[in-house]
Design a binder for this molecule. Structure first.
Ligand SMILES: Nc1nc2c(c(=O)[nH]1)N=C([C@H](O)[C@H](O)COP(=O)(O)OP(=O)(O)OP(=O)(O)O)CN2
Ligand SMILES: [Zn+2]
Length: 131
């Protein structure tokens, strides 16, 4: 059998409920008002070679992400929980990627390639990590 070269990629999704408002929008814009979303965030990891039984990274090794989301973001007003940023999907995706690379990725066999944030069923923003 021919062995193909390529990359392995995995994703893990997390959900949380949170409120936000977006300053700097035109008068009357609906998103300038405090409102809530059922957020879905997906972390994508990549590896050239598998480790252990055949993992990019054990999905269980992403448990710290759930702990952080549950303790810091779930059922919070994101403008207060993350005062250093305007909580658009784009900014949240970049923030979560930075947090992951600093706090979770060291020691994992896989590397983070992207974080995708969805506020609604029909929209998403993705931050792709440049290496
Ligand atoms: N590029 C971005 N655009 C918008 C963002 C964002 O984070 N990035 N965020 C918002 C608001 O948070 C808004 O709540 C979500 O916008 P929208 O998808 O328009 O929400 P609706 O519920 O109105 O979606 P419909 O599918 O049209 O019902 C705005 N824009
Ligand atoms: Zn919103």
């Amino acid at each position: 059998m021919t062995a193909l070269t390529g990359e392995h990629r995995i994703g893990k999704r997390f959900r949380f409920e949170a409120a936000h408002y977006l300053p700097g929008l035109p008068d009357g814009h609906q998103c300038a008002r405090l409102h809530g979303h059922s957020y879905e965030v997906e972390f994508v990891l990549t590896a050239d070679r598998l480790s252990g039984p055949g993992f990019v990274t054990d999905f269980g090794d992403l448990a710290p992400v759930k702990m952080m989301i549950d303790s810091a973001l779930d059922h919070r007003v994101l403008n207060e929980a993350l005062p250093e940023l305007v909580p658009t999907s784009e900014n949240l995706a970049a923030y979560l990627a930075g947090w992951f690379v600093e706090h979770v990725e060291p020691g994992l066999p896989g590397r983070l390639t992207a974080v995708r944030v969805s506020e609604t069923a029909s929209s998403w923003a993705q931050f792709e990590v440049a290496r």
